[in-house]
Ligand binder design. Structure first.
Ligand SMILES: NC(=O)c1ccc[n+]([C@@H]2O[C@H](COP(=O)([O-])OP(=O)(O)OC[C@H]3O[C@@H](n4cnc5c(N)ncnc54)[C@H](OP(=O)(O)O)[C@@H]3O)[C@@H](O)[C@H]2O)c1
Length: 231
């Protein structure tokens, strides 16, 4: 998982519109991490609310991928349990091809959903994505979904890039091996502003995710932290 967070623990403003508050260096760090992964995954609101394409970035990163034996462009995965993901979102507008430095043939977009989405919404999403896969009745079983991604799409390393609700589900399912966290010198405030793990959370401290700090690097006023799971 890779996230940037303000000094007061927020990942966006209360209205969820502004989430770009980190440096160019942090953006390069995000692209460098993508260049190590088979797939990049986000929750529906991150994709709806932001101009994201989840792509590999410019030629430098694509070359790096090829050198490492990865395909030129990472798979793009979106989780939308009730299928409310906006089919007109930036990511579906062939935007990846027109963005500066993006690949001409962007990689497949896969949507993970549940039966709760209903036939009509699933049909709309099928019209814009390469594959829409239904897992379970209410919420996609993320463990089963990752297993399927491994088997069908050969995904060995996946980067989850938020938002808080999806991250929380990933932590609770015990699916986060590493957390890359950039701590940025800003205070956004707001009791309803999202954090790196929202959703339901862990009910008891004894059950909470326990992390171990692996690396810490300072670059000007930002801290780049890497945690692994401590169990
Ligand atoms: N600073 C950063 O590094 C960073 C990174 C990413 C995002 N953000 C910010 O975070 C905010 C979005 O976060 P968010 O928590 O509101 O939304 P989110 O996690 O991006 O998306 C939430 C939606 O994703 C689907 N979803 C998430 N977990 C699910 C699960 N376990 N099962 C099924 N569906 C699931 C649901 O879609 P349905 O409603 O369709 O069921 C849910 O409504 C935005 O403001 C974004 O800009 C910041």
């Amino acid at each position: 998982m890779n996230m940037s967070m303000t000094a007061d623990g927020k990942i966006a403003t209360t209205n969820r519109v502004i989430s770009s508050f980190s440096s160019k260096r942090d953006h390069n760090h995000l692209l460098s991490l993508r260049a190590t992964a088979d797939a990049v995954m986000c929750g529906a609101r991150t994709v709806d609310l932001n101009k994201v394409n989840l792509g590999p970035g410019g030629p430098k990163y694509r070359k790096l991928r090829l050198k490492r034996g990865l395909v030129e462009s990472n798979l793009r995965i979106i989780v939308s349990g009730s299928g409310t993901l906006d089919p007109n979102a930036h990511i579906f507008r062939n935007a990846a091809a027109s963005d500066k430095g993006a690949v001409k043939n962007p990689s497949p977009i896969i949507i993970l959903t549940s039966a709760r989405a209903g036939k009509a919404r699933i049909a709309k999403l099928r019209a814009v994505a390469n594959e829409v896969k239904v897992f379970g009745k209410k919420r996609p079983d993320l463990r089963a979904a990752l297993k399927w991604l491994h088997q069908k799409w050969n995904v060995r390393r996946l980067i989850c890039e938020g938002g808080g609700e999806l991250n929380d589900a990933m932590f609770r399912a015990g699916l986060v091996d590493e957390l890359y966290l950039t701590l940025c010198p800003r205070i956004i405030g707001g009791s309803k502003a999202p954090t790196i793990a929202d959703g339901l959370g862990f009910p008891k401290l004894a059950k909470a995710e326990q992390l171990k700090l692996k690396t810490l690097k300072q670059s000007k006023n930002e801290l780049f932290l890497t945690y692994t799971r401590d169990r």
